[in-house]
Design a protein around this ligand. Structure first.
Ligand code: FAD
Length: 468
């Protein structure tokens, strides 16, 4: 007998390689559903930039479902109960999500609805390996990336092969709400999404482009923010418009070299972040290394605002922060540079950075964002040591030697010669004047001195470690 089920889309906004959807279709008629759940998410509710992406992604999904996407905003338990009653639905399927509040919510829904004779089954559609499957031989979770990935993941069962999109038979019912009713678009958002094709087709196209024109020089090129060697798949992955299995499978067909190996290991970092979050649910707000609870962070709203808006007077930092605000994306190398500058040179708490990124990234992802910020701050599991402080000038000279990236996001510096593009304050007055720059007017003077602020951070760390 054909069953009637709900398939609840969450961070898997695609039809292909979607195990939960495939299962729902295999047993009968389906009601495809998306619920915006800010109620349970509370402080982890999506930022406005993520919501912009979600708006377009839901539209793309709805189109793929010939209009049959039911969208709601509110309490999932009540919405699911109501829909089951209304359509005599007996089964609900979803793919697992891993944020602590989602796990808590899903467990409660499952317990409650099961007592009401509704069958619930969940699937893995967004990780290559489940966090509970990759453990050390003593049964505890890995704390260091390389053994996690090389010993744990690569020795475990290989990732599941992707599956094709199923044929859907819909439960007949007119969607009650429009995607516009979710009010996901905020006119104040500056991030321009025109460089992306949001949705499953766009994700597949992005992967195809990367396989043809990026991966061949990924290992080296990935450090140069003006080059096109990174995949830019992160928002597609976050919203599940593409699965990591589809990417893993596609790159596995290429000849295995340093580039392919390195790219796969970056997908491994994503798995590692999810494992860290799963095993440490307080990761988004609590230092993994508790000694950092005693760290003497500075509170200075003016410094924070200069960093947030890209007005620190350090071009590599400001270019990154402006890229974030105007495009909703920031290159990984630059994320590390602006992160190090915030927590070390400015000595502001990493949680300010985590929050700002959460609000402004298209790919804002609780696991990746919090694990990366803890890594940058030096308080995480497998963290860069606190005393390793990026110098934004030498980083810029090394990875943006012609200042191409800086000139893209800081047009006010575009006339400066390469020699001074990373440190305009060192330029002689006639060079500045020829480039139409008066420091403090078109572009700020540095808000902190790099050398002394570096030393201040080192001293604070030595104090924390009891070395002074
Ligand atoms: P590629 O280099 O093409 O890598 C492919 C995929 O691997 C990425 O899409 C991503 O899913 C994964 N990946 C790559 N690097 C990392 C990494 N270091 N950690 C975890 N996964 C990785 N990534 C997010 O997806 N969301 C975030 O909110 C986020 N916040 C970050 C905050 C800081 C301070 C730092 C330093 C890094 C952060 N990252 C985050 C990780 C990384 O910067 C981005 O995943 C990457 O820049 C996305 O671009 P890409 O898709 O072109 O990456």
């Amino acid at each position: 007998m054909r069953k009637k089920s709900i398939f609840w889309f969450r961070q898997d906004l695609r039809l292909s390689d979607n195990p939960g959807l495939e299962h729902a279709c295999s047993i009968g008629d389906v009601l495809p559903l998306y619920i915006l759940d800010d109620i349970n998410a509370k402080e982890h509710a999506m930022g406005q930039v993520s919501k912009l992406w979600l708006h377009h992604s839901l539209n793309a999904l709805k189109q793929s479902l010939s209009g049959n996407l039911h969208v709601f905003s509110g309490n999932p338990l009540e919405i699911l109960q109501e829909l089951c009653k209304q359509h005599q639905i007996t089964d609900i399927y979803w793919n697992r999500t891993y944020e602590p509040w989602q796990i808590k919510r899903d467990t409660q829904i499952k317990e409650l609805l099961t007592t009401q004779n509704i069958q619930i089954q969940s699937f893995n559609a967004s990780l290559l390996w489940e966090p509970w499957d990759i453990k050390k031989s003593d049964g505890t979770p890995y704390k260091v990336f390389t053994p996690f990935y090389r010993k744990g993941c690569l020795n475990a069962q290989p990732p599941r092969q992707p599956i094709t999109a199923p044929k859907l038979n819909y439960i007949e019912s007119q969607p009650k709400h429009q995607i516009d009713d979710l009010k996901l678009l905020n006119p104040k958002v500056l991030a321009d999404h025109s460089a992306w094709v949001i949705g499953e087709n766009g994700a597949q196209k992005r992967l195809g482009d990367f396989l043809h024109h990026g991966i061949e020089a990924y290992k080296k090129g990935r450090d140069f923010p003006a080059m096109q060697n990174v995949s830019m798949l992160s928002p597609h992955l976050h919203f599940g418009e593409i699965s990591p299995n589809q990417i893993w499978e596609a790159v596995s067909h290429l000849e295995e070299d340093n580039n392919v190996d390195h790219f796969k290991s970056e997908l491994g970092w994503r798995e590692f972040s999810y494992s860290l979050l799963y095993h440490n649910p307080t990761l988004p707000h609590q230092n993994l290394q508790s000694k950092f609870d005693r760290f003497s962070w500075i509170e200075d709203p003016k410094l924070l605002s200069a960093w947030q808006t890209g007005h620190t007077g350090v071009p590599m930092v400001d270019a990154g922060m402006r890229q974030l605000l105007t495009t909703g994306y920031m290159h990984n190398r630059v994320r590390m540079i602006v992160g190090s500058y915030l927590v070390k040179n400015l000595m502001l708490d990493w949680r300010h950075g985590e929050k700002w990124f959460w609000e402004h990234l298209f790919d804002a992802d609780l696991a990746n964002n919090s694990a990366s910020w803890q890594w940058v701050a030096g308080c995480g599991a497998d963290a860069a040591p606190y005393f390793r402080i990026f110098n934004p000038i030498t980083q810029g000279q090394k990875f943006d030697p012609q200042g191409e990236y800086i000139r893209t996001y800081l047009p006010e510096l575009s006339q400066l010669p390469n020699q001074y593009i990373h440190s305009p304050w060192e330029a002689p007055p006639d060079v500045l004047s020829k480039a139409s720059i008066t420091l403090g007017e078109q572009y700020p003077n540095p808000i902190v001195e790099l050398k002394s602020s570096r030393q201040r951070a080192l001293d604070a760390f030595a104090k924390l470690s009891g070395r002074s």
